[in-house]
Design a protein around this ligand. Structure first.
Ligand code: ARG
Length: 410
């Protein structure tokens, strides 16, 4: 909250331009954060939550409240086998040299300013913005099975899976992300008090058995073969998943087996959610999958973005149901810009405010044009320095509340 106010005092440049263009286009928004009823018993007073402050069933219903991640305290994770498997060779030295250290400070400062602007814009669009706590991610921790330092609380989408009125804390698969949930606990407790359901998926041990320590890196000629055979750096020793490997479309949820989400992790989500939901396990032509939201993105009822470089093997599922499959244009971010933990496909990692407004990157002109053609108004800004930490607008956020019902779209 404090940080958002700080931005209000000193906005300039792109923000000022933004203000002139699109101020208050969401004037009718009404928030209902604390709808609680006090029931008076004979002697004592009890509080009965009537309605959950958490409610989100898809990626496009009108957005009312969101968590935006934090730059503060971000640290480079130790270069363990699971991190190495996902890191492009050109960034290995960066990771090896800086393991356990903060990301470059000047870069972080720019990223932090971008994220403050992002929060400001969301608020101007009528969205309530909440932030995780500032946590010391440099602290070393030891469990009976491993030792690590932490990473960040930058990507709430990776760790918090919101399904209806329930927040599920994902178990994660990187040792450096084992304790990441701590940054979100005060927010989650607040939502819980107000009526949200709250689940922590089984914590993995993250002992050596969870990882294939001989997993080939991207230069290994066998690498292609390995992902084609559906082999990943994580084993099936125990369930693990990141929340960002799930894409929601009401009663249908699309998941992928990735470097951080294993089949038993997907099975856990499936059994946990029960018959109300259909979990579809999809696969893609993707040598190194991690987080589905740069690969397949459901942007509206019946409309899905499908990464042209990572075709979906089950795309007929959508086509048969009458969905429009849109292939977004190739990203234009220059090679010179550091992306320490992701591909350039953050260009399709957008945030839908509703089916008519999307937050997307100001410099990704082909993507901006694509949305205009689809009749969706792009609200543009740049978070390029924040992108370097591994995520776009979708990764940097997690929905807390969207208006709408749980429906079937497939
Ligand atoms: N692994 C993806 C890629 O390299 C980036 C996914 C980012 N998404 C996220 N939720 N952190 O294209």
């Amino acid at each position: 909250m404090l940080s958002i106010r700080a931005v209000r005092v000193g906005f300039k440049g792109r923000e000022a331009a933004y203000r002139l263009g699109t101020l208050c286009s969401f004037g009718s928004h009404v928030a209902y954060l604390s709808s609680r009823k006090i029931t008076l018993g004979r002697e004592k007073q009890t509080e009965t939550p009537l309605r959950s402050p958490v409610w989100s069933c898809n990626e496009w219903d009108p957005l009312e409240e969101i968590i935006v991640g934090r730059v503060e305290g971000a640290h480079v994770p130790p270069f363990t086998v699971e991190v190495q498997a996902r890191t492009m060779k050109r960034y290995w030295d960066f990771h090896i040299y800086r393991a356990g250290q903060p990301y470059p400070q000047a870069h972080l400062a720019k990223a932090a300013a971008e994220i403050e602007t992002f929060c400001y814009i969301l608020e101007q669009e009528g969205v309530t913005v909440r932030r995780p706590a500032i946590v010391d991610h440099s602290m070393e921790y030891t469990t009976p099975d491993f030792r690590s330092t932490g990473m960040y609380a930058a990507m709430p989408r990776d760790i918090l899976l919101v399904i209806g009125d329930e927040i599920i804390e994902a178990p994660m698969a990187w040792r450096s992300r084992f304790f990441e949930y701590r940054a979100y606990r005060s927010l989650i407790k607040e939502y819980f008090k107000q009526g949200a359901r709250w689940t922590t998926a089984p914590k993995p041990q993250m002992s050596d058995e969870l990882y294939d320590k001989n997993y080939p890196d991207e230069n290994d000629p066998n690498c292609h073969k390995i992902t084609d055979q559906a082999k990943f750096v994580t084993t099936e020793f125990e369930p693990c998943f990141d929340a960002a490997d799930f894409m929601r479309a009401g009663r249908d949820i699309f998941a992928q087996r990735s470097q951080v989400t294993n089949y038993s992790g997907i099975e856990w989500v499936k059994r946990h959610l029960g018959h109300k939901y259909n979990i579809h396990c999809l696969s893609f032509e993707d040598r190194n999958p991690m987080h589905i939201d740069t690969t397949l993105f459901t942007i509206a009822p019946g409309v899905v973005l499908s990464n042209p470089e990572r075709p979906c093997h089950q795309i007929d599922l959508f086509k048969k149901a009458g969905w429009t499959v849109v292939h977004p244009p190739y990203p234009v971010i220059p090679d010179s810009h550091p992306l320490w933990s992701s591909s350039k496909w953050l260009s399709m990692n957008v945030l839908m405010l509703d089916t008519k407004r999307v937050i997307c990157d100001v410099d990704e002109i082909p993507t901006v044009k694509m949305f205009e053609k689809l009749g969706i108004k792009p609200i543009t800004l740049s978070i390029r320095h924040a992108n370097s930490l591994g995520g776009g607008f979708h990764c940097w956020t997690t929905d807390i509340r969207r208006r709408g019902k749980l429906e079937s779209y497939l």
